[in-house]
Design a protein around this ligand. Structure first.
Ligand code: MLT
Ligand code: MN
Ligand code: ZN
Length: 306
């Protein structure tokens, strides 16, 4: 049996974001919106055994562990159920939580691509810093060859990496000229039942290969960052567009909603930015998703595959 727990369903900044007074952030702070607060982008994936794979280490990791009892089994004076970490990119919202894990009693088992490893040992050298704490064993992911990843501590699950169109992080030397493995998606497969969940919180565009992977999945957890490509601009929040950040917006022709509507399985949006109107269950945009059977991830959401 495969279990996936959404530890954080928000995009970078979380919801509400500390410095944001957009209608969503103000509404949730003042209690006038029914939207749920959300922490930053992370999953826990397990196979029913004691060990869990942490998928992305968000800046909110400490609070996420505290709210997820499975991750703290308390078998020894110092203990964790986090057996390994998978990073889908080197973005700040997906990597910063590695610092929270520095007290780990063994070397951290970190799975990421060579491009992500390069950024996390140079521009944002978290993996180098950790050498002075718990230390890191790097397990390179060959996403371009789509080589399956086995995590020995979580034997019931297989991971299939896939290169994804995106952008490198803002601090990366490859920011707008990304390598194919700067951003990956991953299909988690329950070995016992063969059921599949395809996860890609950063996805700039669909290709035939990605459509095919999404179609084969029993469930997809895909980029829910922005409703409209220019949403940050029109809300006065930032000059950045979704396209510039490597995120395909939901609205419009060729947008994420149109792609999701054509898929046969369960469809869930994740990595949702605080400006996105779908966070408000009373918004017309959310009602449109409801009509199409598209779900919006929330913190603590659990998916089971058996
Ligand atoms: C992204 O998903 O584009 C990044 O997390 C943005 C950021 O680092 O603020
Ligand atoms: Mn992000
Ligand atoms: Zn906001």
């Amino acid at each position: 049996m495969m279990r996936i727990i959404v530890l954080g369903s928000g995009a970078g900044g979380g919801f509400p974001q500390w410095n944001c007074n957009c209608p969503n952030c103000r509404g949730v702070r003042e209690g006038t919106s029914r939207a749920l607060p959300r922490t930053q982008s992370s999953l826990a994936v397990g196979d029913g055994g004691a060990g869990w794979l942490l998928v992305n280490a968000s800046p909110d990791l400490r609070a996420q562990i505290a709210s997820c009892p499975s991750l703290q089994p308390a078998r020894a004076v110092r203990d964790t159920a986090i057996a390994a970490v998978l990073l889908v990119d080197a973005q700040i919202d997906h990597a910063t939580g590695l610092m929270t894990l520095r007290e780990h009693r063994a070397r951290l088992q970190v799975h990421c691509t060579p491009s992500v490893h390069s950024d996390l040992t140079t521009g944002y050298p978290l993996l180098r810093v950790l050498e002075s704490y718990c230390g890191v064993d790097w397990h390179p992911i060959d996403a371009v060859a789509e080589r399956p990843i086995a995590i020995p501590e979580i034997p019931g699950i297989e991971l299939l990496p896939l290169p994804i169109p995106g952008e490198a992080p803002p601090y990366s030397p490859r920011r707008h000229n990304p390598a194919p493995d700067d951003t990956i998606g991953a299909t988690f497969v329950d070995r016992a039942s063969g059921r599949r969940c395809f996860y890609a919180p950063g996805l700039a565009a669909f290709t035939d290969r990605i459509r095919d992977e999404a179609r084969r999945a029993d469930c997809v957890l895909l980029d829910g960052t922005l409703w409209k490509d220019d949403e940050l601009k029109t809300r006065g929040a930032s000059e950045k567009t979704g396209r510039e950040m490597g995120h395909l917006a939901q609205a419009g022709s060729g947008g994420m909603v149109e792609e999701l509507a054509a898929l046969p399985g369960r469809k869930i949006l994740i990595h949702i930015n605080n400006t996105n109107p779908i966070l408000d269950p009373d918004s017309p945009e959310r009602k449109r998703l409801d009509e199409l059977g598209i779900e919006v991830a929330h913190d603590g959401m659990e998916l089971r595959f058996e």
